[in-house]
Design a protein around this ligand. Structure first.
Ligand SMILES: [Fe+2]
Length: 253
């Protein structure tokens, strides 16, 4: 477990996707996302080293979205810790099997992306969410913002008292493919059902964000310094094309 701050830990042994441990002001601990199923042993060891062993150690599991590299261990964790799983209601209906999971892999990306999409399509996570949330204020000091379009119910989860923003795959924090080094980017088309909608939700959020002191993405390092300035700069970069429009027109002529 990588201790990022007094309130946030990163289950560092998890390689494919980030699993975040949030400790609130009442010392209650929550997991945000649960990682890929194949990494369960790593997750188990990392949680055990952090003193999380069984019932009573976790107050809840929040999912930013239903993809298998984020929800893959949720069911196992619920049984181990006897705590509820929360997700947005749109994803909860697919997780439960009430609605089918649309397939990914629609021609975007390279071979690596196609293989990852095939893994998701072949093994969508199935589980019953204990309680589904909508967007807006929620319990546990959380506020839910829409980031729909990566999945039907992909969201940003914001913890108000610690000013921590969990972005799942709607805002990535590292340079691909390994995402070891800090760099912000929007959702990847290959893994998103409606990437334009997801980008628009994210940009809407960035136009008037709450105070963010800690940024915890589904992929990439913890961002804990000058976060507000970095988000603002990122938002401005999205507004201003790298090549000015007049020059672009001349190049295309
Ligand atoms: Fe995803």
């Amino acid at each position: 477990m990588q201790r990022c701050s007094p309130s946030v830990g990163l289950v560092a042994a998890s390689i494919v996707s980030n699993v975040w441990l949030l400790t609130d002001d009442n010392n209650r601990r929550f997991l945000i996302d649960t990682g890929f199923g194949a990494e369960r042993l790593n997750l188990w060891l990392s949680l055990a080293r952090a003193g999380l062993n069984g019932p009573g150690d976790l107050a809840g599991i929040y999912l930013t979205h239903r993809h298998c590299d984020h929800a893959g261990n949720a069911e196992w964790l619920r049984e181990k810790f006897r705590c509820p799983i929360y997700s947005h209601q749109n994803d909860a209906r697919i997780l439960s099997g009430e609605l089918p999971a649309p397939t990914l892999g629609r021609g975007h990306g390279g071979l690596f992306d196609k293989v990852c999409c095939q893994i998701e399509d072949a093994s969508p996570v199935r589980l019953q969410v204990d309680e589904a949330f909508a967007t807006g204020a929620w319990r546990d000091g959380l506020h839910i913002y829409p980031a729909f379009g990566h999945t039907e119910g992909s969201v940003l989860i914001y913890h108000e008292s610690t000013q921590t923003l969990f972005t799942g795959d709607a805002l990535l924090a590292g340079i691909p493919p390994l995402r070891l080094f800090e760099s912000l980017s929007l959702a990847v088309p290959a893994y998103s059902l409606d990437v334009a909608a997801c980008h628009q939700h994210m940009l809407n959020f960035l136009r008037n964000p709450p105070d963010v002191a800690q940024l915890c993405s589904g992929h990439g390092p913890f961002v804990g310094k000058q976060v507000a300035a970095k988000l603002q700069r990122f938002q401005e970069q999205q507004r201003a094309p790298l090549v000015p429009e007049a020059i672009q027109r001349a190049l295309n002529a």
